[in-house]
Design a protein around this ligand. Sequence first.
Ligand code: UGA
Length: 467
Amino acid sequence: MKLSVIGCGYLGAVHAAAMASIGHEVVGIDVDPAKIAALSAGEAPFFEPGLPELLREGVASGQLTFTTDISAAHGAKVHFIGVGTPQRADGYAADLTYVNAAVDALLPHLSPGDIVAGKSTVPVGTAAELAPRIEARGATLVWNPEFLREGWAVQDTIDPDRLVVGVAGGADVSTRGARSTTGDAGGEADVSTRSARSTTGGGEVDPAEVLREVYHPAVAKGTPFIVTDLATAELVKVAANAFLATKISFINAMAEIAEVTGADVTQLADAIGHDARIGRRFLGAGIGFGGGCLPKDIRAFSARAEELGRGESVAFLREVDEINLRRRDRAVQLVVDGLGGAVFEKKIAVLGAAFKPHSDDIRDSPALDVAVRLHGLGARVVVTDPEAIANARQKHPQLTYEASRDETIRDADAVILVTEWDEYRRELDPEHASTLTAGRVVVDGRNGLDAAAWRAAGWTYYGMGRP
Ligand code: UGA
């Protein structure tokens, strides 16, 4: 199928490459000429495992092209909107400038019967507002949220947990469909996955059916395919991220309680995680969540709920946000305490800059925030990261960066792990570290180190929510 993807950031570039790899003819479109030049040369403009290979294959085969010219979208059957929706500068709401600009630019190139599939994370109600402009061109708008995780983006796109397609009118106006099941506490409930049929424009178009064709390999292997209304599809995305953020802040709140009681939050997480209803994933206590999604999505959700007169329904997300930010303070405090109350002129080795491993993304990175705060307290901060140094240096040129892990820790008074790359978490031997550093203070901001091994090597070990 011929597809266009508008916006070639983390979401769009991966989507374009992944769709080409499963046999579609894809054009990726972005306003940034530098990004397009890189992608056209088969190079990923950011670090994402597996993406360079897909880009090279797609570009070489001619299945995948990139351009800044929006008119190239003409002739595609489905147009994916994958532009960013960052937090607004003046508040918590999402900035929809890029979504609106993408739709406006695309409109003149739509043909009757085309489908516009929104993938960007948007406040609920956005699709309903956009739809009339798209329908006026004889095209149909669907909302098809994306659940990819950075670092696993290629796999998550080609082989997702579930596919969600929101159509105007929802499953109720369907004319045919399949069935999928979804489990809940009490058992299994049948959910209609019937698709809506739109008769706008050039004859009958069943947009959900078209999306099934787009995602044919995942659909063929039985991936849950949920057809719903536009509002539900938009909400599924923000609800999922809000739940994940809440899960992380929940365990971090338990870490705060553990800290005043002598309990160990990692053992607590293991124990409660054995309950299948709770599950161990996303119960990693530490310096909390960051990145381009969770922080801004929970804030945009709060802002939208306020607009809808339902602010109280998600008031807990403010608490989730605050718990999350407090953990950064805690990590800084542990370094200060470890160094006897002052870090001024002390050398502190910061292991990690990316918001999580397997990514070079430093957007709202808790790791860098901790580094910047220590720098602000007068410490001589040296930051290392396998992938994110270039991005970090651009954003925080005041910090010192070092590519080599061992040079970073050389003569350090304290070491703090803030991004749990294997290079630091598994491969840094505490005995070896002792031969390089000046002090023996280690703060484990991700509870990723083997505390017993570090203590045995003579280090004073501080975890997050651990004795
Ligand atoms: C997140 C969601 O996990 C994806 O499903 C979603 O598609 C994506 O946002 C998005 O909206 O685009 P991502 O931002 O790539 O994905 O990162 P996560 O893996 O969710 O991690 C987020 C943050 O939480 C990281 O800073 C990570 O270190 C932190 N985290 C994660 C914890 O502190 N503890 C945990 O147990 C897990």
